[in-house]
Design a protein around this ligand. Structure first.
Ligand SMILES: [Zn+2]
Length: 211
């Protein structure tokens, strides 16, 4: 192939999707140099835009997403949650003893757990814990919806969570995905046969994840 345009090269830096460019690069000193310049520019921008500790999480992007289920992190997060979440759920006067089910999300970044906020940025390695508040036992599923519409079922229980307040027995570690995505928490009185279809109907509560 002839040398790709600046735009195509820039896009490739983001998604690494073009096999053409990947095979072209090792054969072309000019493009290799262009990629080095783009990388440096991007790195400089990221250093300005974000705390340095976050930089490494920002660049690499996997071709395929693999969700990790950090059991240990869950145990740690749960310990932290006991201390950190108590105020909100209990001081609101056990509101979950009546009314529709709800979910609270908590994000563990390094050793700190904070309540999910739609505007707060998450980075690769952060662990998301879902806590369900429900007046009665309820089936819960969690679906990840990428900006392009691709969905992954992260969790779908075959037993209902207990009434009251229940941490899902699994937490979700964010990978280095850089596209937009939303966690959707679905509730049902019956087992959820097809969480993706429920999500597509607009069921559930949505939590956009900012990167
Ligand atoms: Zn070239």
């Amino acid at each position: 192939m002839s040398c790709p345009s600046q735009l195509r090269l820039d896009e490739w830096m983001l998604d690494r999707r073009s096999a053409e460019i990947a095979t072209h690069l090792p054969t072309c000193a000019r493009c290799t140099e262009r990629v080095a310049v783009l990388s440096a520019e991007r790195e400089a921008f990221t250093l300005r835009a974000r705390p340095a500790a976050f930089v490494d999480a920002v660049f690499a992007r996997k071709q395929k997403r693999t969700w990790r289920w950090p059991w240990l992190a869950l145990a740690l997060a749960t310990c932290a949650l006991i201390f950190m979440l108590r105020p909100r759920a209990i001081e609101t006067g056990d509101g979950y003893k009546a009314g529709p089910p709800d979910a609270l999300l908590y994000v563990k970044h390094e050793s700190t757990v904070a309540a999910y906020a739609p505007t707060k940025r998450c980075v690769a390695g952060d662990v998301v814990q879902v806590v369900v508040l429900s007046a009665k036992p309820i089936y819960v599923a969690v679906v990840d919806v990428e900006a392009g519409g691709k969905t992954s079922v992260l969790y779908n229980a075959d037993t209902p969570t207990k009434a009251g307040r229940a941490s899902l027995p699994r937490s979700f570690e964010l990978d280095d995905w850089r596209g937009g995505e939303t966690f959707v928490v679905l509730f049902s009185d019956e087992p959820i046969a097809d969480p993706t279809a429920s999500e597509a109907r607009g069921d559930g509560k949505r939590y956009p994840i900012q990167r």
